[in-house]
Design a protein around this ligand. Structure first.
Ligand code: HEC
Length: 168
């Protein structure tokens, strides 16, 4: 009985979205119905690909009007393209604390400010069945230091970053 249940869970993992797995090394089905893109008042677009955790935008101690504070945020694209990957699963793992979110229709995702408290050294991965890609380097933070340092698109950018955009 146990084996049957486990098997059906595994088989469902790629088709039934939002099967949140409890570790940082497996894929799941993602969000079957990604949220629509948020269109910003200024500009009218999703701002996909931009470094959004900056002053006047989503930087928690210097927010833009009406903007929520983010601790981590970025954009996921389909491999080799500039097409967004709606429903991609983004995980952040710090010790036993595992946080999961999903990319919306334009590939953007975020974790609210305060998701990881205090000093942390976290790992991250991005998945969309059946692919998973993990970042080798750590996400580090603590004490409110390093404004923008955990803004994924600060580093992962088409231009001006330190590495390629996040692709899956
Ligand atoms: C300080 C710069 C920096 C930040 C911030 C950063 N990354 Fe990365 N990331 C890198 C670099 C450099 C690599 C390639 C080397 C490695 O894997 O560590 C990478 C690799 C990756 C990879 C694997 C390869 C790829 O591009 O698909 C994923 C997935 C990833 N990062 C996701 C994220 C996510 C999600 C965030 C935000 C929560 C993030 N990164 C924040 C610099 C950064």
């Amino acid at each position: 009985m146990r084996i049957v249940l486990l098997t059906s869970f595994l088989m469902a993992a790629c088709t039934v979205g939002e099967v949140g797995t409890s570790n940082n090394t497996t894929t799941d089905g993602g969000n079957p119905e990604p949220d629509p893109a948020h269109l910003h008042i200024t500009g009218g677009t999703s701002n996909k690909g931009l470094n959004c955790i900056v002053a006047g935008c989503h930087l928690n101690n210097n927010l833009g009007p009406g903007a929520p504070g983010y601790q981590f945020a970025g954009t996921v694209y389909k491999t080799g393209t500039t097409n967004p990957y709606p429903g991609a699963v983004i995980r952040i793992k710090s010790g036993t604390n595992i946080q999961t979110t999903y990319a919306h229709a334009d590939g953007n995702f975020h974790f609210q400010a305060g998701t990881l408290q205090g000093t942390f050294n976290a790992n991250t991965n991005v998945s969309g069945c059946p692919t998973i890609t993990s970042m080798g380097g750590a996400l580090v933070g603590g004490g409110g230091g390093g404004a923008g340092a955990n803004s994924c698109n600060l580093c992962h950018a088409q231009t001006g970053g330190t590495t390629t955009p996040i692709q899956l």
